[in-house]
Design a protein around this ligand. Structure first.
Ligand SMILES: [Zn+2]
Length: 426
């Protein structure tokens, strides 16, 4: 029998419980939390007499949600370009803390920061250390400081200053992972890991938010990508990649990539490669919500080049989304909010996956146990099981029928501590 004397024990009464693993909502379950960990899960659990009871019998309790594709280094994406270029390192540190705190209040107890593309220094690593040390409340962070990018690529954000080449050149001077050639990237991976990177990411091709490239562009050579993946694996780090096209998806699968982001321009052959090499994907639908929902007012907030590309690629993107929804690929949950929504508003990905026709349990697993595994944190978070950290959230809306259910968090606990919640705001 556990000795609870002098400990902080809480009993959570759940109306319904999604445990992160089963395609089922269990009724009338209890969770016993002892200090920072889940001690027991079941019905009518034995507990000490003076236990603190948390009554969530009118809510659905889940593991704390996890967003595995975020960019946390700016306060407000409406001014992202200005913040990146004109605000200093301290501002980026504060922005990561701000976003991690806001996400926690909305039931997202862990976030993966997918790397800065320039000008941001090591802001997210600093924030991770400060949160883990208990100096600030905030979601648990898994961090890549800088992504691996080539000159002029989607990852080279000095592209946004293309009309002023001396300024663009200056902005590149503080970008340790931008370069060319396999040797450069071997060194860059080793350096990121030296400073504390939790994983490695390749920017394999073009994207939507940059002015002078397209998602079809290949922006890293095979030798360069192979060098990044090999070096990451040599130092026991997982490697993921930003990728849209079928050709690059196939290549990266064959090269031994561990996981892929986006993948919206896939075809049947690419899908076969993902199955064959058992590569999970994080489809990140939210940045394109206005396209899927035909919302011109929302689309108008994006840059003219982004809008033009969405029109050009729209049909292929819709087809890709359908393929993802119909597939039996392992899906992670990532919002990639780089426009329209703020980095802490990851709840919108739930409705975007839901509206794509993906089964709610598949989405809920993506946002909990699957994401925990992608972040190599599945030994401590991602499910409600004895021994796991008590990262727990609860929701008043019906998760199985309401696409907006994650917009309104009713309760959140991280490391066994309860935090105040706030509802979604635009
Ligand atoms: Zn991204």
């Amino acid at each position: 029998m556990t000795n609870y004397k002098g400990t902080n024990v809480k009993l959570i009464k759940c109306g319904k419980l999604f445990d992160g693993i089963h395609d089922e909502l269990f009724e009338n379950m209890e969770i016993l939390v002892n200090k920072d960990k889940i001690e027991a899960v079941g019905r009518d659990l034995p507990h000490p007499e003076d236990v603190e009871v948390i009554d969530l019998s009118d809510a659905t309790v889940t593991p704390g949600m996890i967003d595995s594709h975020t960019h946390l280094q700016v306060f407000d994406w409406h001014h992202a370009k200005d913040e990146r270029i004109f605000q200093n390192q301290a501002s980026h540190n504060l922005a990561v803390l701000y976003n991690a705190q806001k996400a926690l209040k909305r039931g997202f107890t862990a976030l993966r920061h997918m790397g800065s593309k320039t000008f941001d220094n090591y802001a997210a690593l600093e924030a991770k250390r400060a949160i883990n040390a208990g100096y600030f409340p905030g979601a648990r962070l898994c961090v890549l400081p800088y992504t691996m990018v080539t000159t002029g690529s989607h990852g080279d954000l000095s592209q946004s200053a293309y009309m002023n080449p001396p300024l663009a050149k200056y902005l590149c001077s503080d970008f340790p992972t931008m370069g060319n050639g396999p040797d450069f990237f071997r060194g860059a991976v080793r350096e990121q890991v030296k400073y504390g990177a939790d994983f490695v990411k390749i920017m394999s091709g073009g994207g939507f938010s940059t002015p002078n490239d397209t998602p079809d562009d290949e922006q890293m050579s095979d030798d360069e990508m192979r060098a990044v993946i090999e070096t990451a694996h040599q130092v026991h780090k997982k490697c993921t990649a930003h990728v849209y096209t079928a050709k690059s998806i196939k290549k990266l699968c064959e090269m031994g990539i561990d996981e892929l982001q986006h993948c919206h321009l896939m075809d049947e052959e690419a899908l076969e490669a993902l199955y064959k090499y058992n590569v999970p994907i994080v489809p990140t639908f939210s940045p394109f919500e206005d396209m899927y929902e035909s919302d011109p007012a929302s689309m108008a907030q994006k840059s003219p080049s982004w809008q033009r590309k969405q029109l050009l690629y729209g049909e292929r993107m819709m087809k890709g989304r359908e393929m993802v929804a119909k597939s039996h690929l392992t899906l992670g949950y990532g919002s990639d909010l780089v426009s329209v929504y703020q980095p802490y508003q990851g709840a919108v990905e739930y409705r975007n996956m839901f509206k794509a026709g993906i089964d709610p349990f598949r989405i809920l697993k993506a946002a909990t146990s699957v994401n925990a595994k992608l972040m190599e944190m599945d030994d401590i978070i991602g499910s409600i099981e004895p021994g796991k950290l008590a990262d727990i959230a609860a929701w008043k809306s019906d998760l199985l029928t309401d696409p907006n259910a994650l917009l309104d968090c009713a309760f959140v606990m991280k490391d066994g501590k309860v935090f105040e919640t706030e509802a979604f705001d635009d």
